[in-house]
Write a protein that binds this ligand. Structure first.
Ligand code: NAD
Ligand code: WQD
Length: 332
């Protein structure tokens, strides 16, 4: 079965391509290399011993999409492509609205032309904004607090409206919590450009000696140790969730929404501790001011995905740290 994977050379997309191949699917990738590198394709081919069809281009390019749908018999789409940096989205909101929303609309239009109706969308826990309570289930109030989050929220509404207009669609909206870690081979993982925004890439760069110390944003949150709590999920567990979502679409599920998380929250200090264990030395950190827009606690209620998809994240925080470090230490 041919699955078009947009953004398939990115962090989550590349891990999902591996799982697709391992589960007998044929991934076809489109990526504009805006936040990835062509070397990932070679690594994916090495890892899977398969030739992988790749189109370099932008998902907003409908002519290119038509060419792909004409040449490949696309059965379903997993739409990862998008910009994802919260801070940057505040600086250049139009780029975010243009890239994330236009690419989705272009894709949905071409899908409709070719009568392809199965769609998996990368949403985010960011659509819950500042949650009223944790753990967060799928019925929690929605409300994003930055342009990036709003692109995800708007796309969710677009998908709901589309489904209301035509019940031929089968759409899975997956709300990821905090994906971290890397493939155990150490060949693929997250490679942020410049100074990492997210905690785990930052911690691993400190472990690697690229940065001096970890800045812990805030020490006075109302949490277990005063630092922010998040639901970190191993990227390979997350990737496997997409296979289960595709299977659900094949059952003609209509529009479904799932949290993909572990259901467990870890504080910044607990993450640093797990990393220090994986690296074999205490990693230096300093408390600094809270980061603007951060919330104290965010973790999922993963019950619905377990009940309806059979999804359960297997990997522990120690696995996440170990695999992330295995990847990081091999980056030159
Ligand atoms: P990523 O930046 O590593 O991957 C995205 C890929 O899409 C990149 O390879 C980039 O080159 C490509 N791309 C971007 N815009 C494109 C366009 N218009 N046309 C073609 N290719 C384009 O990001 P990721 O971490 O793998 O995230 C994948 C998806 O999951 C994104 O939609 C992101 O918003 C969402 N998400 C990510 C996280 C996270 O923390 N990583 C959390 C929740 C949701
Ligand atoms: C985690 C915790 C920080 C960096 C972001 C997006 C979200 C989603 C995932 C896409 C917080 C603390 C961080 C550092 C720190 N992405 N921290 N020092 O903010 O939960 O989520 O990525 O959809 O939309 O907002 O993740 O890794 O940035 O932060 O102390 O250098 O680590 O305050 O408590 P976040 P994060």
């Amino acid at each position: 079965m041919n699955v078009l994977v947009t953004g398939g050379l990115g962090y989550i997309g590349s891990h999902t391509v591996v799982e697709l191949i391992e589960n007998g699917y044929n991934p076809i990738i489109i990526d504009n290399l805006g936040n990835s590198n062509i070397t990932i394709l070679d690594r994916l081919e090495k890892l899977t011993s398969k030739n992988i069809k790749f189109y370099k281009g932008d998902v907003r390019d409908k002519e290119l999409l038509r060419k792909i749908f004409e040449s490949e018999k696309i059965d379903s789409i997993i739409h990862f492509a998008g910009l994802k940096a919260v801070g940057e989205s505040v600086e250049i909101p139009l780029n975010y609205y243009d890239n994330n929303i236009e690419s989705t609309i272009a894709l949905l239009e071409v899908m409709n032309e070719f009568k392809v109706f199965k769609f998996v969308f990368s949403s985010s826990a960011t659509v819950y904004g500042d949650p009223e309570k944790v753990p967060i289930d799928e019925n929690a109030k929605l409300g994003a607090t930055n342009p990036y989050g709003r692109t995800k929220l708007f796309i969710e509404y677009i998908l709901k409206d589309l489904y209301e207009s035509n019940k031929d669609y089968n759409i899975a909206i997956l709300r990821y919590f905090n994906p971290v870690g890397a493939h155990k081979s150490g060949l693929i993982g997250e490679m942020p450009n410049g100074i990492p925004n997210n905690l785990v890439p930052y911690v691993s760069q400190v472990a690697n000696g690229k940065r001096e110390y970890i800045r812990v944003f805030g020490s006075d949150y109302n949490t277990i140790d005063g630092t922010g709590v998040r639901d970190y999920i191993h990227v390979v567990d997350l990737a496997k969730g997409h296979i289960l979502a595709l299977k659900k679409l094949e059952e003609k599920c209509g529009l479904v929404i799932y949290n993909l998380g572990t259901g467990k929250g870890y504080s910044v200090l607990q993450v640093i501790k797990a990393f220090s264990k994986a690296v074999g030395k205490d990693l230096p950190y300093k408390f600094v001011e809270r980061r603007k827009g951060d919330i104290a606690e965010c973790y999922s209620d993963p019950t619905k995905a377990f009940r309806e998809l059979g999804f359960k994240a297997e990997k522990t925080i120690d696995d996440m740290a170990k695999d992330q470090w295995n990847f990081e230490k091999n980056i030159k």
